[in-house]
Design a protein. Structure first.
Lengths: 180, 188
């Protein structure tokens, strides 16, 4: 768990969607559940939509994803929820009930809308971004900042752990991944 | 108008190896009538029943999934009608008990008692939609509702029921979740 670890210090300061997608595939994820997020739109959602190895389920509202992912997990099917941090905030009750209290392996990839990637999210001047990590900490949800390509290595082990130990995990996308 | 427990007794005669998703008042009635490991009761947040059902239907296309949702719950997740219709799982049957109240939360009326849920589902794109107002027609058609290609939607127009005892610790017992998964896997 990366609670409280928010330093932004890796170089080079680039993030490529192709690496993230490869890590998602390596984690055995078959289903992507998503409401579009402008941070991850070009670098993740569009290539995922074109990728026949994924089953993309477009939902109307982010908390639907929590229920769908839970249902899939009972069937031993892995899902990744791809949303914006506003959708995460909107879904907190569902995450509280399903992911935390019922200890379900709910894996979330969350774009930090309008975030300056050179700033730690916790120090963001944007209130909505600044509160994300403290909320996840208070809920006891493991989270990882994915800000540069070197961070991508965190994804597969964290998803594997979430399903092995049946707990939620959140990946916070700090900069728009380049389509690659 | 029907009574929910009377509807569910008729429904129970047709349920064999389906996964049944039920919550709140529907869950209280259903587990009394049909206690079985393949009942999925831990929804976690009001309104998510239909979304859990979609996940199960996707994950196990070989098995039928029946969602027993309340009208107040569906109102909290109306978008799920559109999502379900778009995904179009053939094995999903979505039954909504329409008693025009938030029964589990004090019996207060829903915002519009006359909302046409089957009409909404039809407009969203469900494969088939029904309204049942009396036990006779429900009894006559429920087998067909359960068997046809989905997603299928039906509104059960019911009376508010007698006062129910909501034993949430029992409904949400973690052991029930373990038993559900084991029962689901045993049927693979």
């Amino acid at each position: 768990m990366e609670m409280g670890a928010t330093t932004v210090d890796a170089t080079p300061r680039e993030l490529h969607g192709g690496g993230i997608i490869a890590a998602i595939k390596a984690s055995g994820v078959e289903y992507i559940l998503s409401v579009p997020d402008i941070v991850t739109s070009a670098g993740l959602l569009r290539p995922i939509a074109d990728d026949k190895e994924f089953r993309l389920i477009r939902v109307c509202k982010e908390d639907e994803c929590i229920g769908i992912a839970s249902g899939l997990s009972y069937c031993d099917k892995r899902a990744l929820i791809l949303i914006q941090h506003t959708g995460l905030l909107d879904s907190l009750n569902a995450i509280r009930g399903v992911a935390v209290e019922y200890k379900q392996p709910i894996c979330m990839m969350v774009g930090l809308l309008a975030h300056d990637p050179e700033t730690a999210p916790r120090a963001s001047p944007r209130y909505g971004v600044r509160i994300v990590e403290p909320i996840l900490d208070d809920m006891g949800i493991a989270h990882h900042l994915i800000n540069v390509d070197a961070d991508v290595a965190k994804i597969q082990p964290a998803i594997e752990r979430a399903y092995r130990e049946s707990h939620p995990v959140a990946f916070l996308i700090g900069r728009s991944p380049k389509a690659s | 108008m029907m009574k929910r427990d009377e509807c569910f007794r008729i429904l129970a005669r047709h349920i064999t190896d389906e996964a049944v998703v039920a919550t709140y008042s529907s869950a209280v009635d259903w587990v009394e009538i049909s206690p079985r490991p393949l009942n999925y009761l831990s929804i976690g947040a009001m309104g998510l029943d239909s979304s859990h059902g979609l996940g199960l239907a996707l994950g196990r296309p070989d098995r039928r999934v029946v969602v027993l949702q309340g009208d107040g719950s569906l109102l909290m997740n109306l978008g799920s009608l559109v999502t379900i219709a778009a995904v179009a799982p053939k094995n999903l049957v979505h039954l909504v008990a329409h008693n025009e109240t938030y029964e589990a939360n004090g019996g207060h009326p829903i915002p519009n008692r006359k909302v046409d849920f089957a009409g909404l589902a039809r407009a969203a794109g469900y494969a088939a939609c029904y309204d049942f107002f009396d036990l006779g027609s429900f009894t006559q058609q429920i087998a067909h509702v359960l068997e046809q290609d989905g997603p299928v939607f039906a509104t059960l127009h019911i009376e508010p029921s007698k006062s129910l005892q909501y034993d949430y610790p029992s409904l949400y017992d973690p052991a029930k979740r373990v038993a559900f998964k084991a029962a689901l896997q045993a049927g693979k």
